[in-house]
Design a protein around this ligand. Structure first.
Ligand SMILES: NC(=O)c1ccc[n+]([C@@H]2O[C@H](COP(=O)([O-])OP(=O)(O)OC[C@H]3O[C@@H](n4cnc5c(N)ncnc54)[C@H](OP(=O)(O)O)[C@@H]3O)[C@@H](O)[C@H]2O)c1
Length: 338
């Protein structure tokens, strides 16, 4: 594993050995291979963050074979900032490597004022992807997602917009995020009929949030779609970082937008402590075990981590050394998870 210690926008030459250790998995029935670990830019890439730290994270990721960077229109803060910062770093560092990268964006949550900057209309999705491409300085994204189901817009309209964007070459593939199993089946049918099969689903999935096991993963397999599990570490709770108190530089204290201190309850920490012991017995950190636990299921094409430090990314990458579990380990984990 390689730390990237060359900071600043100076010339970046990617590690020649970047593909030595990364493992790749086919995304559903498609032609796309995903690295088993992908990097998300939801946090740590806003205008409130240090651009050079973000540059180091992206370089470290690519130097270790992570070929997939995941964004969305509203990642920041403020909205759009992560795409702008990614665009700057892309221009300085990654342009020569564009064809080695899978870059995704999304629209579906609140983005701009008024009735056309949210949810799932064709008006919103088409305008939003145009804005994202400008911010990132890209001609196309590899995957464009509808970020969440919209109860009011006809599914045909939302899927039609994704199909249209792929047809226009603005996105190579289309995906959906957080759609339940029944809606996923309907969306997949519409897209197959249009001739743009959905590549991938991006659900929230980790040891403490297992909703996808109740129908969604089976549906994805049936449809030949891949999946990318987001918040695999429950925003950092599924690591050993909160076991000795709440560190000052942690997401829970630094950025209370999504992970609240109140979520880190004694009951949660008791589970984390027990899982940490199981991880230690496997010779892994808890973060590594949490990632491996997702990857044991071949229906998970890749695990989408967020990191605030390169050391975290390197820790997470070590998970790939052991993604198999014995029956006894799985039983113990299930007992803890309840
Ligand atoms: N589709 C959607 O609706 C949706 C929603 C949310 C996220 N996402 C995607 O999923 C990506 C990942 O989400 P996430 O950031 O919540 O993922 P996560 O991997 O569950 O949590 C990331 C946080 O965990 C901590 N961490 C990571 N590795 C660690 C390690 N080895 N040791 C100790 N702490 C570690 C860091 O926290 P500290 O900052 O405290 O150091 C890091 O910021 C996002 O960037 C985004 O691309 C998608």
């Amino acid at each position: 594993m390689k730390v990237n210690d060359s900071f600043g926008p100076g010339p970046y030459k990617a590690n020649d050995r970047r593909y030595d250790t990364m493992q790749f998995r086919r995304c559903g029935n498609s032609g796309i291979l995903m690295p088993l670990i992908s990097l998300g830019l939801w946090h740590n890439f806003g205008h409130t963050n240090d651009l050079e730290t973000g540059r180091g994270l992206l370089r470290c990721a690519f130097d270790n074979g992570i070929t997939h960077f995941d964004l969305a229109n509203n990642y920041g803060p403020p909205y759009g900032a992560a795409e702008e910062n990614f665009g700057r770093i892309f221009k300085d560092d990654f342009k020569p490597y564009r064809d080695e990268l899978l870059i995704s964006s999304k629209a579906g949550w609140d983005m701009w004022p008024g009735p056309y900057g949210n949810f799932g209309s064709r008006k919103y999705l088409v305008a939003s992807l145009d804005q994202s491409l400008k911010r990132m300085g890209l001609d196309y994204v590899d995957i464009f997602y509808h970020h969440r189901p919209d109860p009011d817009t006809p599914l045909e309209e939302t899927m039609g917009a994704l199909h249209h964007l792929v047809q226009r070459g603005k996105a190579l593939y289309a995906g959906i995020s957080q759609y339940p199993a029944d809606l996923t089946a309907k969306a997949a049918k519409i897209m197959k009929d249009l001739g743009t099969p959905l590549l991938i689903h991006q659900p929230r999935y980790n040891m403490l949030d297992r909703w996808v096991e109740d129908g969604l993963l089976g549906e994805l397999e049936k449809q030949g779609m891949g999946s990318i599990a987001f918040s695999p570490l429950e925003q950092g709770i599924l690591t050993n970082k909160y076991l000795g108190g709440i560190p000052k530089d942690s997401r829970a204290l630094k950025d209370g937008r999504y992970l609240k201190e109140a979520q880190i309850t004694p009951e949660v920490l008791k589970k984390v402590e027990q899982l940490n012991t199981i991880a230690k017995n496997r010779g892994q950190s808890l973060a590594q075990m949490a990632i491996a636990w997702l990857l044991k299921d071949e229906r998970i094409s890749t695990v989408l981590v967020g990191v605030s430090k390169q050391e975290q990314l390197l820790d997470n990458l070590e998970a790939l050394k052991n993604i198999k579990f014995s029956e006894a380990e799985l039983k113990n984990i299930n007992t803890v998870l309840g």
